[in-house]
Design a protein around this ligand. Sequence first.
Ligand SMILES: C=CC1=C(C)c2cc3[nH]c(cc4nc(cc5[nH]c(cc1n2)c(C)c5CCC(=O)O)C(CCC(=O)O)=C4C)c(C)c3C=C
Ligand SMILES: [Fe+2]
Length: 416
Amino acid sequence: MTQHDHEPQGVSRRRLVSTVGAAGATGLAVGATGGAVAQAVARDGLAAPTPLTSVGSTRVAFHGKHQAGIVTPLQAVGHLIAFDLVPGARRKQAAALLKRWSRTARELMANESTANPTGVSLDAGPSSLTITFGFGRSFFSRTGLEKQRPNELTPLPDFSGDALDKDRSDGDLWVQIGSNDALVAFDALREIQRQAAGTARLRWQMNGFTRTPGATRRPMTMRNLMGQVDGTNNPKRSEPNFDRRIFVPASGSPAWMANGSYAVVRRIRMLLDDWDKRTRNEQERVIGRRKSDGSPLTGGNEDTEPDLEKRGPDGSPVIAADAHARVAAPETNGGAAMLRRPFSYHDGFRDDGAPDAGLLFIAWQADPQLGFVPVQRKLDRGDALSRFIRHEASGLFAVPGGPAKGEYVGERLLEG
Ligand SMILES: C=CC1=C(C)c2cc3[nH]c(cc4nc(cc5[nH]c(cc1n2)c(C)c5CCC(=O)O)C(CCC(=O)O)=C4C)c(C)c3C=C
Ligand SMILES: [Fe+2]
């Protein structure tokens, strides 16, 4: 079964829209891909062939209005990779690369790759693989396409809390890979990197993860490495202004970005040893929500709207003035909204023994100047969470709309 519009079928649509961007677990209740059957061999010690589980058999469509990997339920494993064009590579070589990458993405996402030289993903189904492509600001000068460069790629401002590593920021081209199987994701990563040879070289790579589908009794919003329920108040696809906030309109400008979106990528390290020393109450005050179930401190359950006006017996707001959820909320930012679809990361331990771990924060919006920037400006000034996090790398990428049949991603830019 294919996920049309990048959503699994067979799942309650209501539940799905309410958990988009946080929904590693929502991908589990889907049917099997036609013909995709586990390659188990019936011999001593091995079970007879059985159909793939719903996790393995779920396929996300490559073609569509939007690229896959934006409203697709978040997968268990993610790789983010940025490339720079090699000296001498121009528009023609870039177009050839995007053509190769698109063919690979289409085949791998359909589990129909004939190449598969590594064999790493041979036994698995498509496992909700998505491969999403974007262009950084520097791409346009390297390829002589400055006139096509969207204003939305204006560099993000410096924020006072930034400690950015330039070598792990930005890039001409950006690829996001997601899958519910780590081997499938790794194989896609290798293939994307292999095909870049001679045209683009790796600038940086980051590896992330979230919860595995089926790990919880029911689909639940994911938790980040601070243990918080994260993704609750994401914009819902059922909301009338969802598309307007997240995607460039079909009539939008530049024309090649129709139905596309802008991805803000921030590598945010969490100071977990400091965080873990705080009491549960202190931690909950920092966010404004309960750790147990993500419900607002003003009461109710995870889906209850926080009451930002409510005051406690001493007259102070129950959700503190600097609570992250208050400072970031669209209601306190003139409606500014973004779709957060982050992966967690863990890259071992630092010299002081602290985990090098945090969030690969990815925010999707129609215009980062109206989504991420005003919210981050405000968080930068007075967010209780900022004492426990460090922004270490940053990128902003234009992610064109989904390819039509026979088209490659970015064709409208590169052949326009
Ligand atoms: C600039 C945008 C944001 C950054 C950077 C950011 C970092 C960040 N957030 C968490 C944990 C949580 N964030 C939550 C809510 C939330 N965060 C943002 C924006 C940024 N977060 C928004 C717009 C919202 C929604 C606010 C609202 O409308 O209520 C929550 C609460 C649950 C939820 O709604 O998701 C948590 C928890 C971390 C750990 C982090 C950096 C590491
Ligand atoms: Fe947040």
